[in-house]
Write a protein that binds this ligand. Structure first.
Ligand code: C5P
Length: 227
């Protein structure tokens, strides 16, 4: 069997409705560069990453404005959900990758990712039989609310983590897990549904997901190194 390589898959086919902007979230500019391009450049700068695949919608009108990057291919196969976009991307890249290659799936909406975080995840997971993901231990006290926004009870934060990306799994296993599983919001959930336990690797606050308009300013502070 070939030595597993490290492949990046960036789902970037969302619309980012909560941003309330006309441009899809992944194309919002941070320090004069689209969020997606920041993410692409981080993977390009990571010497361990063999190839980078970016999944956009078939009718994406913005991707052509991003300069061509080395080792990077654009796949116009975005789906209706993040899960569908990732599944379609894994299928589209299938002829170019091996079943045991690691795929690092990373949200285009997490522009704070660094090469050091990618390397940390790879180092922690590359000898693991299952795979793993960046995540943050939960530090706040967690409340579950009733339907009216009142605190119903407090959930223990012991052993609670907030999942980030990249999430790193073997190509063949991830594809079959996503195809057979029910609706999931991340790759690790599909792997957990197989009864497997992905490794949690501590990420960083700077790797947060840009969701609301003011998040753009915070992301810029992290990228500038101020926050
Ligand atoms: O919307 P949300 O922030 O959860 O999206 C996370 C990532 O998944 C983003 O990079 C977004 O572009 C991508 N996505 C996708 N296809 C969809 C929905 C989201 O590639 N249909």
């Amino acid at each position: 069997m070939n030595l597993p390589r490290f492949i990046a898959l960036i789902p970037a086919a969302g619309v980012g409705a909560r941003m309330g902007a006309t441009v899809p979230k992944q194309y919002a500019e941070l320090l004069g560069k689209p969020m997606l391009e920041h993410v692409m450049d981080t993977f390009v700068d990571c010497a361990q990453i063999h190839q980078i695949f970016v999944v956009v919608s078939a009718d994406d009108a913005y991707i052509e404005d991003i300069p061509t990057k080395s080792r990077t291919q654009i796949l116009r196969c975005g789906g209706a959900t993040r899960q569908a976009s990732v599944t379609n991307g894994l299928q589209a890249m299938q002829s170019q990758v091996n079943a045991n290659d690691w795929v690092l799936v990373h949200d285009a909406a997490r522009p704070g990712l660094t090469v050091a975080l990618i390397n940390k995840l790879i180092a922690a997971v590359k000898d693991d039989p299952v795979g793993g993901l960046l995540a943050m231990p939960v530090v706040d006290t967690i409340k579950r609310s009733d339907a009216h926004g009142h605190a119903d009870h407090t959930v223990s934060r012991e052993h609670l983590w907030a999942a980030q990306t990249p999430q790193m799994f073997k190509h063949a296993q991830l594809l079959s897990a996503l195809q057979t599983g029910s609706h999931v919001t991340d790759e690790a959930s599909a792997i957990e549904a197989l009864g497997l336990k992905p490794t949690l690797v501590e990420g960083s606050p700077r790797n947060f997901k840009v969701t609301l308009p003011h998040d753009v300013l915070l992301a810029e502070l992290y990228i500038k190194g101020i926050a």
